[in-house]
Ligand binder design. Structure first.
Ligand code: PEP
Length: 252
């Protein structure tokens, strides 16, 4: 089955209102009226509305970088799924390694967020990935299996088909080091086999698995050509119009 390539830009804690609007408009221009590749921009939460306005009526979609898994209430500083859809989000990144490392997010936290995202009609992009120490200790597969099983805890087959997983080796994020196409494809194939066991082969065939970790114009094409790589979650290069546009073009 053919899965539509999804290229998402994770802007992390970068941009200001004016630069966010300008960057989004340039990406909209680069993408044009239609695109075989699905494109999403994930700005800081305070600029979601700015990016939603700049992309309104275009094929470019908007995603958040996190959510809080609760209905409205006394949760100072947090944002829930209903608020994110209200400002135009379709996607939400969950369990990014920076949040796992810096904010102590666990697989159990990610699973709660996943269910809140799905209940709120958001498409979750669930991030998993091993550290360099874990890779060197030959623990990549066991780490990924624990993260995938834990983060998707309680998910049923029907909803599973619509989620996105991002395989992001921690050692490749923001470091300029990219997993080789063979290394990335091997882990993606492992994740798909795991999803097939957890759900069913047909559901596993529908779930998109993005690669993330120093994706750049010079490596995007070979990564995206791999049979189990269905897109890219792009950090640094998503802040540069030419680079992000070239990565989108590589997925066409
Ligand atoms: C990311 O943080 O999701 C990421 C992949 O970053 P970079 O592309 O900068 O490595």
């Amino acid at each position: 089955m053919s899965r539509r390539i999804l290229i998402a830009g994770n802007w992390k804690m970068n941009t200001r209102a004016a630069s966010a609007a300008a960057l989004a408009k340039c990406i909209v221009d680069a993408v044009g009226n239609s695109s075989s590749v699905e494109v999403a921009l994930c700005p800081p939460a305070v600029y979601l509305h700015v990016v939603a306005e700049a992309t309104a009526g275009t094929p470019v979609e908007v995603g958040a970088q996190n959510l809080y898994p609760s209905d409205d209430g006394a949760f100072t500083g947090e944002l829930n799924a209903a608020m994110l859809t209200d400002v135009g989000c379709r996607f939400v990144i969950l369990g990014h390694s920076e949040r796992r490392q810096l904010m102590g997010e666990t697989d159990a936290d990610v699973s709660k967020k996943l269910h809140a995202a799905l209940a709120g009609n958001l498409v979750p992009i669930v991030c998993v990935g091993e550290t360099l120490d874990q890779r060197e200790a030959n623990e990549t597969e066991s780490v990924i299996e624990t993260q995938v099983r834990g983060s998707l805890e309680g998910l049923d087959e029907v909803r599973a088909a619509g989620i996105v997983i991002a395989y992001e080796p921690v050692w490749a994020i923001g470091t300029g080091k990219t997993a080789s196409k063979e290394q990335a494809e091997a882990v993606h194939a492992f994740i798909r086999e795991l999803l097939s066991q957890m759900f069913s082969p047909s559901v596993a065939e529908q779930i998109r698995i993005q690669y993330g970790g120093s994706v750049k114009p010079n490596n995007a094409e070979e990564l995206l050509a791999q049979p189990n790589i269905d897109g890219a979650l792009v950090g640094g290069a998503s802040l540069k119009v030419e680079d992000f546009a070239a990565i989108i073009a590589a997925g066409q």
